[in-house]
Design a protein around this ligand. Structure first.
Ligand SMILES: *Cc1c(COP(=O)(O)O)cnc(C)c1O
Length: 298
């Protein structure tokens, strides 16, 4: 099995397109952690796996969409760390299975499907109880892997960056559930600035979710150095827009770094736009976290 690499490199992006603006852009290559548990999914699962072991659970159960990087990561983690896994997938089964679910199944994940209406309230106690009746005991990994055990894992992103350099102004990350951003916020401890780029449309609710998560993590501190930029959702979750796709292609050609269109492509598009419109100023240093997720490209 391929090693899981933490301590991923922090690389400077050299791109003629933004060179004249004088902003220094770096990328934290968490996409290089592992091909299956890539990026933030490993950061979020790491301490959940420890907790599941501590609780002597034999099975991990989680939820996700049919293309979910999280489902992919949990399936692999189960095989690697010796847990049975169950993935509850939003919507109906579509055959043949797509690449994500084919992979999950091939490494032993049991796939069950939940209609969209039920899925919307999947973390409701009654539904979890019913699943326990049906499947026996399990460790529940919430959707996206976001819970209080995700926080210490994502804090390590900041720790690793700071071990390389403390001379920077911003850390940026794409957001789905906001778990990764919450960990980064705690890790930054009110130093410098954090910007999250939600991949969903109308993600105003995310600020509250992040604050709740910080609260649940018993971080008794107010953090005022973060914001969400809601301008780069491109019409909503997993919407493919030509402008975004051509940006991703050009970025890869010029820098050699692959992105995907659901999260990291949108964040990087946003960062470029903010460089070009003067939000990020000459001489500032911006770090973008590559949260991985490249399995959707393959
Ligand atoms: C899941 C995922 C995210 C979103 O992370 P959250 O912690 O849910 O905000 C961002 N980028 C990639 C590549 C992901 O797979």
């Amino acid at each position: 099995m391929k090693d899981i690499h933490e301590g991923t490199p922090l690389e400077q992006i050299h791109d003629p397109v933004i060179e004249s603006y004088g902003v220094e852009l770096f990328i934290k290559r968490d996409d290089l952690i592992h091909p299956a548990i890539s990026g933030n999914k490993w950061r979020k699962l790491k301490y959940n796996i420890e907790e599941a072991k501590r609780q002597k659970k034999r099975k991990l159960l989680t939820f996700g969409g049919a293309y979910s990087n999280h489902i992919y990561a949990v399936a692999y983690a189960g095989k690697r760390f010796g847990f049975e896994t169950v993935g509850i997938i939003r919507g109906e089964e579509h055959l043949p299975l797509n690449a994500t679910l084919t992979y999950a199944k091939s490494v032993g994940m049991e796939l069950l499907y939940m209609d969209r209406a039920t899925f919307r309230k999947h973390d409701n106690e009654e539904i979890i109880e019913e699943l326990k009746q049906q499947l026996g005991d399990f460790y529940l990994v919430p959707m996206g892997g976001t819970n209080r055990f995700a926080i210490p894992g994502c804090m390590e992103i900041v720790k690793e960056v700071n071990a390389v350099t403390e001379e920077y102004d911003y850390i940026c990350s794409a957001c789905g559930t906001g778990g990764t951003l919450a960990g980064i916020i705690v890790g930054m401890n009110n130093n410098k600035k954090v910007i999250g780029f939600p991949a969903l449309k109308g993600a105003d609710f995310l600020s509250d979710d992040i604050n709740t998560l910080l609260h649940e993590s018993e971080v008794d501190k107010a953090f005022n150095n973060w914001e969400l930029n809601l301008d780069y959702h491109f019409g909503g979750y997993a919407k493919k827009k030509p402008e975004l796709m051509s940006f991703i292609k050009g970025f890869q050609e010029r820098t050699g770094v692959e992105l995907e269109f659901i999260y990291t492509g949108k964040m990087m598009f946003g960062i470029y736009d903010l460089i070009q419109n003067g939000f990020f100023k000459r001489g500032e240093k911006v770090i973008a976290v590559h949260t991985g997720g490249l399995q959707v490209n393959h």
